[in-house]
Design a protein around this ligand. Sequence first.
Ligand code: LFR
Length: 467
Amino acid sequence: MAAVDLGASSGRVMAGTAGPGTLSVEEVRRFPNGGVRAGPSLYWDILGLYRETLAGIREAGPLDGAGIDSWAVDYGLLDERGALLGNPVHYRDSRTDGVPAKVAATVSARELYDVTGLQQLPFNTLYQLVSEGDRLDAAATMLLIPDLLNYWLTGSIGAERTNASTTQLYDVREQTWATSLASRVGIPPRLLPPLRDPGSVVGPARELAGLPVVAVGSHDTASAVVAVPASPGTNFAYISSGTWSLAGLELPAPELGDAALAANFTNEGGVDGTIRFLRNVMGLWVLSETLRTWSCPDAELPGLLAAAAEAPALAAVVDIDAPEFLPPGDMPARIAAACRATGQRPPSGRAATVRCIVDSLALAHRRTIREAAVLTGRRVDVVHIVGGGARNELLCRSTADACGVPVLAGPVEAAALGNVLVQARALGEDLPDLAAMRALVRETQEVRRYEPSGGADWDAAEARLTS
Ligand code: LFR
């Protein structure tokens, strides 16, 4: 199978295999991704991503199937003929500034949460669509990024559920589009395409000799959580660590209480009807923007992290989730300003700055996982870190220290593995449930264990953020 996994900073096409006792993914093509600033807007290079996807799938062959996952919330609008009406806009664009407040005047936060269970993020699809204004008049259909690429591959229009659940236009209890909510905020329900389940076949790819395209958990986080190698019966939290840290718990049903709303936890739909009860933590984005600000090549990151590991722990920390860290820009300057605002001396030099980012991220992991446990009345005995951040030893170690429980790190390619597992089942492999898929991940993938060391005072560090 080809697993196409599109992230905010790079896209990958992996050749994957799954069967009894076997599960592997091998990278066949990697290409840079990221925002393209043009005029007043920040876009995605969607046609470039489609071209790379096609080329990667061709390189990965011969194949039994292909599936695409990507980041959530962003979309393209199609006209009645199915032609793209404009270039998809990046969720970090500023077009939604002020939009959530306007929408709140029509539909209260409580009501929105009751229906959709979604955390308030300024870039939720709902707010992006509202910001389009009259442009929606010309649109017949809204397709999220993987659905758009699937449409170009196969001609079939639909919305895969795990990603649909991130739009804030999906009824988390009814598992349908929230059409009356959409109408009330001025989004025509005609834009919302028929829903499809993860694991269903989208159709044959016309340009790829009829290769079956499978709707996987097309939200990358949904695919990544499929491949969390949790053992049966353990009380685990997970962090899908990449551009974002998606930190939380897997639940059988949404948690929609006032406390969850106030804590801004989300209830996103997962594969096999599970709920991802989590919060978006700002993630390694802050580190990658810092490297960009310094014009520091990615190849220097391991050396910088090694130097950061030697720098003193918790010398300075910031609230990494503060809104000023969301848009692209000069993160070291924003970090210094945040330190001054909380009476701390800003980190001086690169190693100390990287240490500050990693410590602040671990602190946010701790806060988020503890809140998730309290909100659900569950215990957390182990934290699984999957995705690119599982490779970052300092981050894994600091997270274990901060959370006070062991961290199990890996697999790094969780999203691609989850993508392959769901495809394999759709194509007839005997993987009846998440437990079977996770058992196969445990059996075949490398996982590293980090014990908490108990050295640093994380409570005191947390207290500094509010001083
Ligand atoms: C992670 C992710 C998050 C989503 C963010 C924006 O890649 O998909 O789950 O909140 O990107 O779409």
